[in-house]
Design a protein around this ligand. Structure first.
Ligand code: NAP
Length: 247
């Protein structure tokens, strides 16, 4: 990743933060984008001698995403790889009880946010002649999950989008894959588990690996998907879930 310019959205915490750290450790210049500018997180990496910069962007805002990609190109000249990772969860309730506002916001961030980012990343990658994109879907992108209809529908949509865009741009040197995390201990997962203490016990029973994943374990997969080591992997949805989804 030495010399590469990499964007990670939703990088203030959790999986995005672990991925930003992993890219930076591997020598990339990393643009850490989040809805609240992750200044402290980027500063910490810079103090350790890495190349990181914080950027504020709400991925559901098409214009803001367009401006972000323009900003990256005008400051760093190119965009070699991107992880479209920003996401939110819908409050856990059966489908018919999810409000229109909750549905609309979930779609705006978890699906349209990925759409927005991919669109402008691809436009730039076409200009420079290639790149690698990873979209964060979920184990729930290939299975269901109780009480999360809107979120799970978006995660399925992200895989459909990944596969179709991969076909559209494979011959142009742009690889597009998805990563599908299982249950990973992050602030998002903690929120879900804190609101439902029985859920953690149930999940641990159902995960063959017998534990939740660590954000760094997703980062390892994402780094590989963005590296030349995976040069013929395209349009793939990579499950990183301790065998949860096949159990
Ligand atoms: P997290 O800890 O909640 O981190 C997500 C980050 O995205 C937060 O910093 C959040 O900011 C930011 N964000 C939210 N809305 C945004 C927006 N509109 N624009 C830009 N940034 C925004 O979540 P995580 O667990 O690391 O999850 C990261 C991704 O992995 C998500 O797409 C999630 O669906 C997926 N995933 C997670 C798990 C899991 O078990 N943790 C499993 C499967 C998939 P605020 O907190 O300020 O809103």
């Amino acid at each position: 990743m030495e010399g590469k310019v990499v964007l990670v959205t939703g990088s203030a915490m959790g999986i995005g933060l672990a991925c930003a750290e992993a890219f930076a450790k591997a020598g990339a210049t990393i643009i850490m984008a989040d809805i609240k500018k992750p200044i402290e997180q980027a500063t910490k990496l810079v103090e350790q001698g890495m190349k990181a910069v914080a950027y504020r962007c709400d991925v559901s805002d098409t214009h803001a995403v367009e401006e972000m990609i323009k900003w990256i190109v005008s400051n760093y000249g190119r965009l070699d790889a991107a992880l479209n990772n920003a996401g939110i969860q819908t409050p856990q309730r059966p489908m018919a009880e999810i409000t229109d506002e909750e549905f609309d916001r979930t779609v705006a961030v978890d699906f349209k946010g990925v759409w927005n980012c991919m669109r402008y990343e691809i436009k730039q990658m076409l200009v420079q002649g290639g790149g690698a994109i990873v979209n964060t879907s979920s184990q729930g992108g290939v299975t269901g999950f109780p009480g999360q209809a809107a979120y799970i529908a978006c995660k399925h949509a992200v895989i459909g989008l990944t596969r179709t865009a991969a076909i559209d741009y494979a011959a142009k040197g742009i690889r597009i894959n998805a990563v599908c995390p299982g249950v990973i201990r992050t602030p998002m997962a903690e929120e879900l588990l804190n609101n439902n203490p029985e859920l953690e016990k149930e999940l641990l029973r159902d995960i063959p690996a017998g534990r939740m994943g660590r954000p760094q374990e997703i980062a390892n997969a994402v780094l590989w998907l963005c590296s030349p080591e995976s040069s013929f992997v395209d349009g793939h949805a990579l499950l990183v879930d301790g065998a949860f989804s096949i159990h």
